[in-house]
Write a protein that binds this ligand. Structure first.
Ligand code: B12
Ligand code: SF4
Length: 480
């Protein structure tokens, strides 16, 4: 059986401007599971990295006469229309291929997808590793599809069947199929000019922030044996010269003992690598005495889920952190020469200019190295999403549910006012004299060079290129 793994070419503006179109971990994990099972004819098509449109991918699938195509993308909601379009294009050319999609969005919206697109044969709910092995074994052995846990499919009468849930996997039983990467030179981070890979030590999170669905998707926090995980980092470093690792973990710090053991092990192996992670502010504070260990293990940048500068908002979001902790975590990272990337959510229905201005001033006073804003997005499986009535949503096109577009109806200000206010603040923050001194005084040259590149890329993509697209009237308005 010839198996294709396709990462669709979803494009937006965000972290990929700094990190590039990175190694597609879900497909590498699915591919690795199939390789370990003994399947040989597996090919990865990273259309996002290669910038291939769906016509080109459908042609490649047709040329290769693939029997089954696993389609995925990390931004599982915003890329859904693109995944379905590819399914249609592949089937139109070669009707015998089976199409499988999966990911977080498809796990919760499987019914809507199956009802809206006859070209999707199978949906995977939940984890993909054991699922794909079961599915291919079942097809090969001609056994009933009703025996594949996690599968959604249609029976001979066209009725949509949802099988039982799959069991949670033991992460130690599976490994990524890194050999499926065709050329590692495609995966160089524009920010640090080194080969980069997305890796995963743990899955899940013991918290339950209302806007986030990841804790519910993975069900329980689990981790790999830390020695085996560091073996994987070492293998990627030695075999492919990958020196930058972006962790896909929601919350790798959940168990402090295991976390410190992992950092010790990375440090002891002296790999000369850099780590970028998403971490909680409260855990940075818990680990204040361990931050030198973070640094010596190679932790270069931390994506901090600050989410808001308002305590009321943090409480509503069930973040279980405080505004003071946000401030302290940024200062602790700075004191330990670790770059802070601060993620904040904006665009709730009740935003006011006064409230935004107060938040911006507070964020500015905390002096993070990079500030990002995400627009509130009510994914329907999250506690927050469940509370949002349909008439509060002004953007129903999933392509824009990428955190970069306003999804909710604003009660007090216009979208345009919000965008301009935000763009102005971010520009003034990142290109201010205080930013310059912060950058110029950095002692770690890796961090300094990465940040200089990040600022340049931000300037180029978010300001110069956007400005070029404005009409003369819009430019005049902006200058005023
Ligand atoms: C690493 C990461 C990034 C990195 C690297 C991206 C990359 N190319 O890998 C960077 C920082 C660049 C990034 C950028 C963005 N990201 Co991001 N990112 C993550 C993060 C932290 C991990 C993703 C990951 O690799 N997970 C591990 C894999 C193994 O899990 P998985 O994808 O769910 O796959 C498993 C199953 O779902 C299933 N599966 C998945 N697909 C398929 C397909 C088939 C056929 C089958 C059978 C099974 C299957 O099997 C897999 C193994 O079990 C998550 C948050 C999180 N902690 O999960 C956010 C997340 C995925 N990102 C998100 C978003 C929105 C974005 C951006 C759009 C934001 C922005 N505008 O900047 C961009 C998009 C970039 C782009 N153009 O593609 C959202 C997606 C929300 C959604 N529902 O769509 C998440 C969930 C963050 C969040 N909490 O909301 N991101
Ligand atoms: S936002 Fe972070 S801390 Fe909150 S539930 Fe999601 S992964 Fe956990």
């Amino acid at each position: 059986m010839k198996i294709a793994l396709v990462n669709v070419n979803f494009r937006t503006s965000g972290a990929e401007q700094l990190l590039g179109y990175m190694t597609p971990l879900p497909l590498l994990l699915i591919g690795g599971a199939l390789i370990n099972r003994g399947y040989k004819h597996i090919q990865l098509f990273d259309a996002a990295n290669r910038n291939y449109d769906n016509d080109k991918v459908a042609q490649l699938i047709d040329d290769g006469r693939f029997d089954i195509v696993f389609i995925s993308n990390m931004a599982s909601t915003a890329s859904l229309p693109l995944m379905l379009d590819l399914a249609v294009k592949i089937k139109t050319k070669r009707n015998v291929s089976k199409i499988v999609i999966g990911g977080v969005h498809a796990t919760y919206h499987y019914e809507e997808i199956m009802n809206s697109c006859d070209f999707v044969d199978f949906i995977c709910r939940g984890e993909g590793e054991a699922f794909c092995v079961n599915l291919i074994d079942t097809i090969n052995n001609n056994i009933s599809l009703s025996d594949v846990p996690g599968l959604v499919w249609r029976n001979n009468d066209g009725v949509i069947i949802k099988n039982i849930d799959s069991k949670l996997i033991d992460l130690n039983d599976y490994s990524a199929g890194w050999e499926l990467i065709e050329d590692w030179d495609w995966y160089v981070s524009p920010m640090s000019n080194e080969r980069a890979a997305v890796v995963q030590f743990s899955r899940g999170c013991p918290f339950s922030c209302s806007f986030c669905g990841q804790w519910d998707f993975w069900k329980a926090w689990r981790h790999k044996n830390y020695n085996r995980f560091v073996d994987e980092l070492e293998y990627l470093k030695n075999k492919y010269n990958v020196t930058c690792f972006v962790f896909a973990d929601e919350n790798p710090q959940s168990n402090s003992e295991i976390w410190y053991s992992l950092l010790e092990e990375i440090k002891n192996r002296n790999l000369g690598i850099h780590l970028i992670l998403n971490l909680r502010v409260s855990d940075i504070i818990r680990d204040k005495n361990y931050l030198p260990l973070y640094k010596s293990a190679g932790v270069a940048m931390v994506d901090l889920g600050v989410e808001s500068a308002s305590q009321n908002r943090l409480d509503i979001l069930n973040k279980k952190t405080t505004v003071d902790q946000n401030k302290e975590a940024i200062a602790l990272l700075r004191a330990n020469d670790i770059v802070s990337i601060v993620q904040t959510i904006i665009g709730f229905s009740d935003e006011t200019i006064e409230g935004l201005d107060a938040s911006f001033r507070l964020l500015e006073s905390w002096q993070p190295d990079i500030l990002h804003f995400y627009h509130a997005t009510p994914f329907r499986w999250t506690d927050y999403g469940k509370k949002i009535a349909n008439n509060m949503i002004v953007q129903n096109d999933y392509r824009y549910w990428d955190y970069k577009h306003q999804i909710l109806k604003l009660d007090n200000i216009s979208n345009e006012t919000l965008s301009l206010f935000l763009a102005k603040f971010l520009f003034e923050y990142h290109f201010s004299s205080s930013s310059f001194y912060r950058l110029a005084e950095m002692s770690d040259s890796y961090n300094q060079n990465s940040l200089i590149n990040a600022y340049f890329l931000n300037y180029k993509y978010n300001y110069i290129e956007k400005f070029k697209k404005l009409t003369p009237l819009q430019r005049q308005k902006l200058k005023a």
